[in-house]
Ligand binder design. Structure first.
Ligand SMILES: *Cc1c(COP(=O)(O)O)cnc(C)c1O
Length: 474
């Protein structure tokens, strides 16, 4: 053991032990057992290299060469590296379906179905009734048809993929007619014109940004027309002198000229949200009933399920989608289907949905309950941030998010944190400290205030939130 070095003074490069010798030391054995020789050797090499550099700078303290000190540095490095990157956070942004935070939070039934599907083989493409080969879509096709009134359904990776598949399978090398008012960008570089080009479709724009009429579509229909497309302008609204053609009118036109109508509904609600005093969003069933031949929508927006793109509609068209080679490339995995099945099943009991489906439960939380929660949590947060900040309760407004109903707001409550003395960077520091908690807390800074909207902090998670407050280092 070379651990007899003088505790004062500095150590030299010659005092640094070799990697091989260190690997045999008692202090290293736990690390070797956990992380294996390859990783530990690698970590030791780079740490000793660093010690050598500080020795040459005359800044190496002898205590840094103790076996235990070296082992503890390595342990910290391994712990930091093992910390998961995809961490659970508290979404206190006020946006319920936050794309950057993973959109819909899944109900427990879906969580346990996913866990089961990971642990054991599942009947993914296996028909248990006949013992023959099955198709993965059939796991959810029946319930989707039941809930929407569609003849057939298929599932792909997300709604962007659903739109790409519809266009590729039904309109490649032909024309698709879309209103100029619906040539939207969703974010994350999903733009309708780009996806048309990608699908090898010729986009025929009709009407103007604010006004499009049925005659505009009618005049554009020609021998190369493959599809009339309606895109739900989910993430923006235009007010004033506007006109657009509804699905019913477009479907009449499509039928008379034998051109199918596809609607990209975006959020695609399966139930009428006004039942819970939420803003009106067209449902998939209504859109089919109005005459759309195909409707596509996301699984993880208002539907409250896993990321997926669902397409429902006419059986002959869905059959074409299923046969297209892109379907194979865009298909969903078993974990998605495992999560989707119980979520869809919940819609069979709409009167219980607001209790069972996490997304809807969050969207329908009563403002008074959130307000009471703000009053309850204020003292804990005040204590955690210290007297450099003042925490008060605040009346806020949440939004649905993911482009759904962008102008509608849900009355909410939360906490407002303001520095007592205007110090530069104080709020940013606090925001960072909240992000560094074991379960990071994500709020939003505006008007020199950090806002924490409590709509998405369910009461069952309140104690976890309070418990980690003491670890805050503002
Ligand atoms: C969100 C959205 C999409 C993209 O859906 P993803 O599931 O995110 O791929 C496409 N179209 C509309 C109208 C949307 O709102």
């Amino acid at each position: 053991m070379d651990n007899s070095l003088n505790a004062g003074g500095t150590a030299t490069a010659a005092d640094i032990p070799s990697v091989d010798r260190l690997l045999n030391r008692h202090a290293m054995q736990a690390l070797l057992a956990h992380h294996g020789r390859t990783q530990v050797t690698h970590a030791l090499r780079s740490h000793l290299e660093e010690l050598r550099r500080s020795a040459l700078a005359g800044a190496l303290a002898p205590v840094e060469l103790l076996d235990e000190a070296i082992a503890s540095v390595l342990t910290m490095q391994f712990d930091a590296a093992a910390r998961r990157r995809l961490r659970a956070v508290f979404n206190l942004t006020g946006t319920v379906l936050h794309t950057n935070l993973g959109r819909a939070v899944l109900p427990e039934e879906a969580v346990s179905a996913v866990v089961q599907a990971m642990r054991a083989p599942v009947a993914l493409e296996y028909d248990l009734a006949s013992g023959g080969r099955g198709e993965r879509d059939t796991l959810v096709e029946q319930v989707l048809c039941e809930l929407t009134g569609a003849e057939a359904a298929t599932v792909v990776n997300n709604n962007a993929a659903a739109v790409l598949l519809m266009l590729s399978a039904l309109a490649a090398r032909r024309e698709v007619i879309v209103s100029r008012g619906e040539l939207i960008e969703i974010g994350g570089s999903f733009r309708i014109p780009d996806i048309m080009r990608q699908a090898g479709v010729k986009l025929v724009e009709v009407g103007t940004t604010n006004r499009t009429h049925a005659t505009d579509y009618a005049e554009a229909i020609g021998p190369r027309s493959a599809l009339l497309m309606k895109v739900h302008t989910s993430n923006y609204v235009i007010n004033g002198f506007t006109h657009s053609v509804g699905v019913a009118e477009l479907a009449d036109l499509g039928r008379s000229r034998t051109v199918p109508v596809a609607a990209d509904l975006g959020s695609g609600s399966l139930v009428d949200l006004t039942r819970w005093n939420l803003p009106k969003e067209p449902t998939v069933r209504e859109t089919l009933k109005e005459g759309a031949d195909l409707v596509s929508f996301s699984g993880d927006k208002l539907l409250g399920g896993p990321q997926a793109g669902l397409i429902v509609g006419r059986a002959d068209l869905i059959a074409k989608l299923k046969k297209h080679p892109l379907k194979r490339a865009l298909r969903v995995g078993k974990l998605t289907l495992a999560a989707l099945e119980p979520v869809l099943a919940m819609y069979r009991a709409p009167e219980l949905l607001a209790e069972r489906l996490t997304t809807l439960r969050l969207l329908t939380r009563a403002a008074e309950a959130i307000s009471a929660q703000a009053v309850r949590l204020r003292p804990a947060l005040q204590q955690a941030v210290g007297d450099a900040y003042e925490v008060s309760t605040a009346t806020l407004s949440s939004q649905i998010g993911s482009g759904a109903l962008p102008v509608d707001r849900l009355p909410s409550h939360g906490l407002a944190v303001r520095p007592v003395k205007a110090r530069r960077g104080g709020l940013d520091r606090l925001e960072r400290a909240l992000r560094e908690l074991p379960r990071p807390v994500i709020g939003r800074i505006a008007e020199k205030t950090l806002w924490l909207d409590l709509r998405c902090l369910e009461e069952s998670e309140e104690s976890a939130f309070v418990a980690q407050c003491s670890e805050l280092r503002p």
